[in-house]
Design a protein around this ligand. Structure first.
Ligand SMILES: *Cc1c(COP(=O)(O)O)cnc(C)c1O
Length: 362
């Protein structure tokens, strides 16, 4: 077998090895069909089964209410920034955005091109190193929805418990922490997640929507932009990203096999703890970007004393088969993305390299 590295990339990101092996086994002939999923009609029995099963598995693993719908859409999470506003932000309505990072900001800016939006809170003043407290969030009179980002991929912060508001719909971009922990789906009007962080490959975005919000989906839009079109046609109005959905199916089975979201969260906590401990035990050699109480279990962001050392660290990590650690330019330093599929061993090795490097250079 080709040697594999520990891939800490923010996305597209590491996938479970078992899943990749299964894809490889089924690539040329899917269950005796004599052809690949890549080549099959999306109207055929084999594919339809995969998609129906993926929808059911997704709801089962997230323990979502029966009446919620799962939609498989293209265009990435960024397309949802626009679609959410196009579908629910009618001319009379307004919506509120909690801005806790670059993607949250982009979601707000996109919606501002479509309708009336307000920033209910922002933590830009401290370069998004934290999340706002409930007392900092100022909602408008009657927002049709409140949008927030559950995990801030670039800055490495994550809501530990979700904000709650009465009389509005909570909409969350969960692209980088979906399936990383249990979530009470019934509190949300809509959840969306691009697949390439924690769910599968790039190319599909999963949307989970409540029947109440679905009923409000704007019917004046071109049909292809309406959530209602995807719901009515079981995401088969046009050709869905079939291969990506098939891999999401395998990832969901892998999550189930690994004990579901409670077990996954426990493991994610252990993994993140190893790296945060290495930061905290370094006497300030490593500096975490996120405030401790808002630290993400998915993206660990930290800096070294200077950029020279950061370059050296990246080279040293690479020697130990640890790759994809360079941080985003808006934070600098390092970012270790440790999604569900990152094995504990990868985090242990990274923590080791961090400790040795700090001892040598600190
Ligand atoms: C990666 C990411 C996005 C952007 O996803 P695309 O699929 O590239 O559009 C949006 N939101 C969050 C939280 C992300 O992590």
């Amino acid at each position: 077998m080709t040697a594999r590295v520990y891939n800490f990339s923010p996305g597209p990101a590491i996938l479970p090895l078992e899943v990749l092996e299964e894809v490889q086994r089924e690539l040329l002939s899917y269950r005796g069909a004599g052809m690949s999923i890549l080549e099959m009609s999306h109207r055929g029995k084999e594919y339809e089964e995969i998609q129906n099963e993926t929808e059911a598995l997704f709801k089962e693993v997230l323990n979502a209410p029966e009446e919620y719908r799962v939609l498989f859409m293209g265009g990435g999470a960024s397309t949802q920034f626009a679609l959410v506003a196009m579908n629910f932000l009618t001319p009379e309505a307004e919506a509120d955005y909690i801005v806790t990072g670059s993607f949250a900001q982009k979601a707000y800016e996109e919606a501002a091109r479509i309708g009336k939006v307000n920033i209910a809170a922002t933590t830009e003043d401290t370069n998004f190193d934290r999340l706002p407290g409930m007392d900092e969030i100022k909602l408008s009179q009657a927002p049709v929805y409140v949008h927030f980002t559950s995990n801030n991929t670039i800055f490495g912060t994550q809501w530990q418990s979700f904000p709650e508001f009465k009389g509005t719909n909570l909409i969350a971009d969960m692209s980088s922490d979906i399936l990383s922990r249990p979530v009470d789906v019934s509190k949300f009007g809509l959840i969306y997640a691009g697949a390439q962080k924690n769910l599968g490959p790039a190319g599909v975005t999963v949307v989970l929507i409540s029947p109440e919000l679905l009923a409000k989906s704007n019917t004046k839009l071109p049909v292809i932009f309406r959530y209602a079109t995807f719901a009515k046609n079981n995401s088969l109005y046009n050709t869905p990203p079939v291969f990506a959905i098939y891999i999401v199916n395998l990832v969901l089975k892998w999550v189930k096999k690994n004990g579901g979201l409670t077990a996954i969260e426990k493991r994610n906590r252990e993994k993140a703890q190893l790296i945060y401990d290495a930061i905290d035990a370094s006497n300030g050699f490593y500096k975490g970007h996120a405030r401790k109480e808002h630290r993400s279990l998915m993206n660990v962001t930290f800096r070294l004393p200077n950029e020279e050392l950061e370059k050296e660290f990246i080279a040293e990590a690479k020697q130990a088969d640890l790759v994809g650690l360079k941080g985003h330019r808006s934070v600098g330093g390092m970012r270790a993305s440790i999604y569900n599929a990152m094995p504990l061993e990868g985090c242990r090795r990274l923590a080791e390299v961090m400790k040795e490097f700090a001892k040598k250079k600190g």
